[in-house]
Structure formats: structure tokens, C-alpha cells
Design a protein around this ligand. Structure first.
Ligand SMILES: Cc1cc2nc3c(=O)[nH]c(=O)nc-3n(C[C@H](O)[C@H](O)[C@H](O)COP(=O)(O)OP(=O)(O)OC[C@H]3O[C@@H](n4cnc5c(N)ncnc54)[C@H](O)[C@@H]3O)c2cc1C
Length: 383
């Protein structure tokens, strides 16, 4: 037996023994995900046991170094763990912007104190993070952000507003882009971490068409932040921000995979021949995307992917996910539009479909991703 075979059989045995049956059932909705954090209420004992067991082994962040809460797995071992979890349909034990976005940025740009302080908490799901990038006047043109951060000697003082801050009302801490200098647009931005319970932070939820309210306007009114909570150099936060965006786009690209094992054709079985053809074409594109993703995710994790490839994958994955839900709605007919009934599981198909409309906006719009691909991959002249 090779080392990898041994690792696989041990992993399989541990997962069989420790993944509660409830955590092997498909998630019924977004609310089945475990986000962790100071104020998290576990949906069940199984959800708590699953998170604690996986975190103890470092398997919430298997490829992070052990000293920061990971398991130090190499890419081949991490892949085996993923395959073995998929084999028993195990749910992800933790959904976290800390894992998918902030963690990679801290590993690259954080100092040792920051890594030791924040990464193990992220790995154990103890602190829930939100992302303070967009502002009312700075979305696609993110570097135009105006949230002011002044050096007051022994602390920073933050004033301004963010918008579309996902789960700001539920998060414990924020990773936030602030303006520490007006001398240069990109060169005056810093990357700051602070507690959402700090005096002067307030949030106002925004209601969406789906009926949910997953994000907020976030206000900072004379918020005092300790000096040691800047990641990277002051006025060099744009480097951290861009690196993090690559990881965010990698995460969002995963939506293209759909999360189910089977093809859409096998699930929907539409009678209408034209729709059947559309579904078949979708399934072909979906398989191609899955194959491409496998290569991309491996190269990205190894730091070998083209810097603009997360934009390409984000574009392809989110447009595919939108197409998937259009087809589900088309196959469901008018029944799929049901909103409140028990039969429709509280309008799951319609709510999921409406939610996908935001996929090509969040993390940077499709138009902006196409611009990046045109410039940095195809080498076309920029504007
Ligand atoms: C579900 C969801 C969750 C989000 N979560 C967060 C979060 O947690 N934290 C956070 O900071 N932000 C978050 N956002 C905000 C998101 O990053 C922005 O909405 C996005 O970057 C677009 O910015 P904007 O909304 O200001 O649109 P604008 O930048 O005003 O764009 C308007 C339109 O103009 C187009 N456009 C703009 N510039 C160009 C260009 N150069 N070339 C071609 N077309 C262009 C865009 O494609 C778009 O169609 C979230 C958004 C959504 C929808």
C-alpha cells in the first residue's frame, strides 16, 4: 500500500465513524449551512459534533499549516479527503468567508502575530467574518472607495459607509478596505480588521427580491481600531484586496459545479423536445466546466494558475449556474413559480432561481470579469 492508499483508508474509516448521518443528507436550503461564530446557534447536535470533530483534525482547512489550525495536508491528500467526503455525501462542516477569503490573504500578507491570533479561530469556526469592500460610490471601480481611516497616534479612526456587506448583521468581525491616503487612488488604501461590536459600527439589512435579507448597509461612525490590525503595509492594502478577490472568485466559480452528482437531464427529464435539447447542451457544457475546474482548482491551490484565471472561471461558473436555474424553472412550468406552499418547499425553486441573478454581480460583475480576461489573458487593448 502506498502512503496515499493508507491515508485514504484511514480517512474513510474516520469519516464513516464520525460523520453523523444527518450531516450526510443534502442541504435543504442555505440555512442548513454552518457558519459558526460567537452568536451561532447550532441547528442540531449533529452539526456541532461534525464541526468540532473536523476542526480538531484540522480538516475544516486541510491544506493550512498545522500551527494555524489546519492539517498540513499536501494537495494529493487534500484531494483524497475531498473525494472521501463526497463518497458519503458529507456536508462541508463550516461555511466561512474566513476560510475562503480572509485566511488565504492572512497566510500571504499577515504578520506572525496576526496569523497566530486569527487563523486558528477561523479554522475552528469561532469568529464569523464579513467583507467590507463595496461602497455606494465604489463597486466595480473599487479603488474609488472613500471610507476614511485616520492615524490618531495610538489607534485608527474609521468613518464612512459600506454597502452590500453580506451577513454584516450576523458577523463578528469585518475585513475592510479603508482610505488612509488621498494622494494616490490605489496606493492610498489599507486593509483593516476590526470587531463589529466596536462602538460606532451599525448595520441596516437590505431586503432582496427572493424575500431574504442576506446583506446590509454598514456604517462606521468614529470607530476606534487598534494600530496592529492593519494587514500588510499601510497604503498597500490594494495588493491584499486583489489577492483576496482571486480567492473570492475561485469560491464563487464553484457554483458552476451545481453541487449534485447527476446530470440535469437525469433530474429534470423534460418531455418537450426543444427543452430536452437545451438541457442536453447544458449538461455537455457542465461536464466541460467540471473538467476544467478540476485543473483550475489544482493549479490555483498550487499557485500556478494565471492571475486572471479566477475571473475566467468566475464568469463561466456563474453564467452556467444561472442557466441551470433557468432550465429548472422552464421544466417546472408555472408550478415552479409557487412561492409559499408546502408542496413547493416554500418556493425553493423560485427563490433559488432569483438568488442566482446575483451570481454574476457578487465578487465582481460578469462584464468586469470579461474585461479582465480580454486584457490579461487575450492581450486585447484595455480602455
Ligand atoms: C449577492 C451579493 C453579495 C455581495 N456581497 C458583498 C460583500 O459581502 N461585501 C462587499 O464589499 N460587496 C458585496 N457585494 C457587492 C458587489 O461586489 C458589487 O455589487 C459589484 O462589485 C458591482 O458593483 P456595483 O453594484 O457598485 O455596480 P456598478 O459598479 O455600479 O456596475 C453597474 C453596471 O455597470 C457595469 N460596469 C461597471 N464598470 C464596468 C466596466 N469597467 N466595464 C464594463 N461594465 C462595467 C457592471 O457590470 C454593472 O452591470 C455583493 C453583491 C451581491 C449582488
Amino acid at each position: 500500500m502506498s502512503d496515499l492508499d493508507t491515508f485514504r483508508s484511514e480517512t474513510r474509516a474516520w469519516l464513516e465513524a464520525n460523520c453523523p448521518p444527518e450531516m450526510r443528507e443534502p442541504m435543504r436550503s442555505e440555512s442548513d449551512a454552518c457558519w459558526g461564530g460567537r452568536n451561532w446557534t447550532f441547528q442540531s447536535d449533529a452539526q456541532r459534533v461534525w464541526l468540532e470533530g473536523m476542526a480538531e483534525r484540522g480538516w475544516t482547512v486541510p491544506h493550512w499549516p498545522k500551527e494555524y489550525g489546519g492539517a498540513g495536508l499536501n494537495p494529493a491528500e487534500a484531494k483524497v479527503l475531498k473525494e472521501e467526503m463526497a463518497r458519503i455525501d458529507a456536508r462541508s462542516p463550516l461555511t466561512s468567508f474566513g476560510i475562503s477569503m480572509l485566511g488565504p490573504a492572512l497566510l500571504k500578507f499577515g504578520n506572525e502575530d496576526q496569523k497566530k491570533r486569527f487563523l486558528p479561530e477561523i479554522a475552528r469556526g469561532e469568529i464569523r467574518w464579513c467583507q467590507g469592500y463595496s461602497e455606494p460610490g465604489a463597486g466595480s471601480d473599487l479603488a474609488g472607495l472613500q471610507t476614511k481611516c485616520e492615524d490618531k497616534g495610538d489607534h485608527w479612526l474609521v468613518n464612512g459607509q459600506k454597502v452590500w456587506t453580506s451577513y454584516a448583521d450576523k458577523a463578528d468581525w469585518i475585513f475592510c478596505l479603508v482610505r488612509t491616503s488621498t494622494e494616490s487612488k490605489q496606493g492610498g488604501i489599507s486593509f483593516l480588521l476590526f470587531d463589529m461590536a466596536s462602538p460606532g459600527v451599525s448595520t441596516k439589512p437590505i431586503l432582496l427580491i427572493s424575500g431574504n435579507s442576506p446583506f446590509c448597509e454598514t456604517f462606521f461612525d468614529d470607530v476606534k481600531v487598534p494600530k496592529d490590525q492593519v494587514v500588510g503595509e499601510v497604503n498597500r492594502g490594494w495588493d491584499v484586496a486583489k489577492y483576496l478577490l482571486g480567492h473570492e472568485r475561485e469560491m464563487i466559480a464553484g457554483m458552476g459545479l451545481g453541487g449534485t452528482g447527476g446530470t440535469l437531464g437525469a433530474t429534470l427529464k423534460p418531455d418537450d423536445p426543444l427543452l430536452r435539447a437545451e438541457v442536453a447542451a447544458f449538461d455537455v457544457d457542465s461536464l466541460a466546466f467540471a473538467a476544467m475546474s478540476e485543473r483550475f482548482f489544482e493549479m490555483f491551490k498550487a499557485g500556478e494558475a494565471h492571475p486572471a484565471s479566477p475571473s475566467m472561471m468566475k464568469y463561466a461558473g456563474t453564467e452556467l449556474n444561472k442557466r441551470r436555474h433557468e432550465l429548472v424553472m422552464a421544466a417546472g412550468g408555472s408550478d415552479a413559480l409557487e412561492w409559499d406552499s408546502e408542496r413547493s418547499k416554500n418556493g425553493k425553486a423560485a427563490r433559488d432561481w432569483l438568488r442566482t441573478k446575483a451570481n454574476s454581480i457578487e465578487g465582481g460583475t460578469s462584464e468586469v470579469q470579461l474585461g479582465i480576461v480580454a486584457k490579461h489573458i487575450l492581450g486585447l487593448p484595455g480602455t
